[in-house]
Design a protein around this ligand. Sequence first.
Ligand code: NAI
Length: 339
Amino acid sequence: MARSITLIPGDGIGPEITAATVRILESAGLNIEWETVTAGMTALEKFKDPLPKDVIDSIERTRVALKGPLTTPVGKGFRSVNVALRKEFELFCNQRPAKTFTGIKTLYFDHIDLIIFRENLEEFYSGIEHYIDSSHTAAETIGIITKRGSERIIRYAFEYARKHNRKKLTVVHKANILKFTGGLFLEVARQMSPEYPEIIFEDKIVDNMAMQMVMNPYQFDCIVTTNLFGDILSDLASGLVGGLGMAPGANIGDNVAIFEAVHGSAPDIAGKNIANPSAQVLAGVMMLEYIGEKDAANKIEKAVAAVIAEGKYVTRDINSVNYVGTREFADAVIEKIIH
Ligand code: NAI
């Protein structure tokens, strides 16, 4: 029986890179029935609502979504649909792998393979923010960390490490200064670690962590941290492996998971068959792993890696002299998958 999955093509380059992803996933012989729904700017223009109810209904039904990037207006207009989806489905974990691919230029390193698990709902992203005086000379933001919120993200990271034979989990915090919030997060991790004796456990203060990741990223494996530090460190990790071009991400909750590329809707290159669909395809790979299609996931990831390593059919962001379009890149990946 076909597995139903919600597909949100997204804004800007979204439709092009999700179309390429769907073709690639289907070429691996998967029996997927896509429920295509519209969100973001495209939905606002069509239905006057950036997050129509049928999007929520579809994800509630299928419990798994592949999402293209969505445009969020800066400063004014509607609030981020990405954040709204995380809240709606309590997607507490943002999982961001950072892996090097032969053929992608990096500043210093090869063979990096890190995963960052970022708490996705609490702390400074809860939106509790205001000026504390009428002349707006001081503002306050309230970041709440709960034991329950800390437990579920740290548990998820430990369980993932166990299931995938990862060796080490580093909890990142600032408990020396943020003694209550950071302290609580660290304490939860320390108390849980004896349940996972096979996984090396350590903690690092975030400023030292940033330096250590740049000086010697090989000492890390899985990393779990709070929302703001996770946001910053996951982009740092992407920088180590050559930028956002190959960076997929997953937003995971107890019942629902949404997979996406980390980059945005790139309006500057939309509709031109220029965009690199790799990050979106790798998000599809994470999705296949999540639904238990490990063989297909491996096959697709290997095919993407092989096309990029060969360098003959790559997009403009990878090689600005000899390049092909989004569709032609997808064709080359499909060719590897079926032969
Ligand atoms: P962006 O990631 O869309 O673009 C930054 C630069 O990278 C641009 O020069 C773009 O052409 C290039 N780029 C991005 N993806 C590419 C790809 N696949 N292939 C080749 N080049 C690529 O970031 P920007 O411009 O800050 O944001 C544009 C919009 O995307 C905003 O409305 C923002 O809110 C939204 N956004 C959405 C995200 C999501 O849905 N998860 C994540 C990040 C931003």
